[in-house]
Design a protein around this ligand. Structure first.
Ligand SMILES: CC(C)(COP(=O)(O)OP(=O)(O)OC[C@H]1O[C@@H](n2cnc3c(N)ncnc32)[C@H](O)[C@@H]1OP(=O)(O)O)[C@@H](O)C(=O)NCCC(=O)NCCS
Length: 181
């Protein structure tokens, strides 16, 4: 695995630059996570304030430095606006597997940026990190996210019923995965 912990190379797609996340992206994180419609499928409470978003960004930066996750902020080449974040997280080196995370500002959704960015990090995960398996855990009601990974060749392997506890209820996780090759 050539890319070691802390190493997050800048990646390019036709319309986006993907650069390593930084604490200064807390405002973007807050803009996404304070939007109730955005967090609906994530099973998290909307972020209360910028401080909470900054604490979460700090956690992500530490996860990249210490545990080998890769996390990028998406910057639109035309104009330089930051529109979202994507990550390869829960990296399991022994089994060469990891999970995907991706989210966009609602104002930037529906333009294909999500698919463009996720396609690029999937390629990075297989070709440059040497991963064998990439997984996405998706709220079964999150149609757009399911379509996104299906379009990239992920298969629905099944659904973990009642596997996530949130605010007194239990929720399902649809498991999608793609294998190298
Ligand atoms: C899930 C999420 C990342 C999808 O991002 P997105 O950019 O809207 O998704 P896509 O890249 O698939 O593009 C969506 C639409 O743009 C359309 N589109 C417009 N221009 C396009 C272009 N140039 N290229 C590709 N698609 C384009 C596509 O047709 C697609 O429509 P469809 O969803 O009806 O098929 C985003 O909705 C989001 O952040 N949701 C909240 C957080 C979340 O749920 N994250 C996932 C957790 S598992």
């Amino acid at each position: 695995m050539p890319a070691g912990p802390g190493d997050v190379p800048t990646l390019e797609t036709p319309r986006l630059t993907l650069r390593k996340v930084e604490i200064g992206d807390a405002d973007l994180r807050y803009a996404m996570r304070s939007d109730a419609a955005h967090v609906r499928h994530l099973l998290v409470r909307p972020a209360a304030d910028l401080e909470e978003a900054r604490a979460r960004m700090a956690w992500i930066v530490r996860d990249v430095t210490l545990r080998g996750s890769k996390a990028w902020t998406l910057v639109v080449k035309d104009g330089g606006e930051r529109v979202g974040q994507v990550a390869i997280c829960r990296v399991d080196l022994e089994n060469r597997s990891a999970s995907l995370a991706y989210e966009l500002l609602r104002s930037a959704s529906g333009a294909g940026y999500g698919r463009e960015a996720v396609e690029r990090i999937v390629r990075f995960g297989f070709e440059e990190m040497g991963l064998h398996r990439l997984q996405a855990e998706i709220d079964p009601a999150n149609e757009r996210s399911r379509r996104l990974v299906e379009a990239l060749g992920f298969s629905h392997e099944g659904t973990l019923r009642g596997s996530r506890a949130f605010e007194g209820g239990f929720y399902d996780d649809a498991i999608y995965a793609k294998i190298a090759g």
